[in-house]
Ligand binder design. Structure first.
Ligand code: PMT
Length: 401
């Protein structure tokens, strides 16, 4: 039986072009035996007629805050009490802003304000509106209040632009809701993930770094959260939107990443080191910009502390998963890192090739653990990350037994 069966989901539709996709969402939810009631904002009715949702949900659609026909004229309270989950899809920038400050000027905003059930948002908007710091601040504030944000996704937009802002596909929203109801393989487990590159200062304007975009580590953090984990992400400098997780700590250098991890790792059950941490840094960063001079300037480097090895060596430390980025001898070097650093697992990937690895949207991993290995073939990093988290969940629970 689907984990969604017999659940009661209040589907809130706010006014954006993606409202047409919410009709498909209502159909998919009904197909999973979900009780669906739909509440539309006034502007949503300009995109899709309420009758469409009535036909798909098998229930009258609620539109008005001051509805004399609703029992005791308290429709918003009744609806809020009825729902096991409130899902707003699409959630427009305007709706998200209202939710943040608690405006209750129409039925859907009033229901959200009166709800004790968890609220899930599937944002959809133009990419510039999504990246606007007003929207980003609102989204982060809602996340901090425990509201779950699904998406948005990258791709072609109704406005003709391409970027982040498309509503997550209805089937993926259903899958995320099902995972939330079924608990997920890492339900309640604390997971610390590192992602992105580090920057090692040479002087105030120059640094040594690498090609890591953070995409793999962010996808891993998000997949762990989708599997029910309480995720803290320690991130090097990247230009990605914050994933929907418990906490994110931004750092720049290997030293800062080491400190951020060590300050938090004692309370963690799993550590996943997906960051491309610099192995070397300049011995002393110059305080003033180095001037161009004749001859060959010398840069003296020293080793950085190995965060992964440090975590793996802790007494009562977490289940520790490393990554290995290799240009040759993938299996041999990954197995060596697994043993030398005393890891529970290592996920090895090819780098420096035309596909996968640094900065690409796709990747393939070969995962090794003592007495086992599995290939996760080339796929979008989001997909590979989900498979990796499923595998980590299996090994983590097996180790506990
Ligand atoms: O960020 P993307 O563009 O999406 O690219 C993804 C990725 C290629 C960066 C990622 O999949 C990956 O392989 N991350 C690890 C990169 C790396 O530094 O590999 P390594 O083989 O040099 O290091 C082995 C492990 O030791 C890694 O888990 C690394 O985080 C860790 N390490 C290394 C040095 C150091 N000082 N401290 C560490 O913890």
């Amino acid at each position: 039986m689907s984990p969604l069966a017999n659940k009661r989901i209040l589907l809130g539709v706010s006014g954006g072009i993606a409202a047409y996709k919410a009709a498909e969402l209502a159909r998919l939810l009904r197909a999973e035996d979900v009780g669906v009631k739909v509440v539309m904002t006034r502007s949503a009715t300009a995109f899709v007629a309420p009758l469409t949702f009535q036909a798909l949900s098998g229930q009258p659609v609620s539109l008005e805050l001051l509805d004399a026909h609703a029992e005791a004229a308290m429709g918003h309270i009744d609806l809020a009490r009825w729902a096991d989950r409130i899902l707003i899809a699409p959630a427009t920038a305007d709706f998200i802003a209202k939710l943040r400050i608690g405006i209750a000027d129409e039925l859907l905003t009033a229901v959200c304000l009166a709800a004790e059930a968890p609220i899930v948002l599937a944002p959809a908007m133009n990419r510039v509106m999504w990246h606007n710091s007003a929207t980003q601040n609102n989204v982060q504030c809602l996340r901090n209040r425990g509201i779950k944000i699904l998406g948005p996704m990258e791709g072609a937009q109704a406005c003709g632009e391409t970027g982040l802002g498309r509503m997550m596909e209805p089937a993926d929203i259903c899958a995320a809701l099902a995972a939330a109801f079924s608990g997920g393989i890492l339900n309640g487990v604390s997971v610390l993930v590192t992602a992105g590159p580090t920057r090692e200062a040479i002087d105030p304007v120059r640094y040594i770094s690498n090609r890591s975009s953070g995409k793999m580590g962010y996808a891993v953090a998000e997949a762990a959260a989708e599997a029910g984990a309480e995720v803290t992400l320690v991130s090097g400098p990247v230009s990605l939107s914050a994933p929907d997780i418990k906490a994110i700590v931004k750092v720049e250098s290997a030293r800062e990443m080491y400190q951020a991890v060590m300050e938090r790792v004692a309370s963690q059950a799993i550590f996943i080191g997906a960051a491309a941490v610099a192995d070397y840094r300049p011995v002393a960063a110059q305080t003033k910009k180095i001037k161009k001079e004749a001859g060959r300037p010398q840069l003296i480097l020293e080793k950085t502390d190995d965060i992964l090895a440090g975590v793996a060596q802790l007494d009562d430390g977490p289940f520790t998963v490393g990554f290995a980025a290799e240009t040759d001898n993938l299996e041999e070097y990954a197995q060596r890192k697994l043993q030398n650093k005393a890891l529970d697992m290592i996920a090895a990937n090819w780098v420096g090739r035309p596909d996968g690895g640094f900065d690409h949207d796709e990747n393939a991993l070969t995962v090794f653990w003592p007495n086992g290995q599995r290939l996760l073939p080339m796929a979008p990093k989001r997909v590979v990350a989900k498979q990796l988290i499923a595998l980590i969940g299996e090994r983590f629970h097996a180790n506990k037994r």
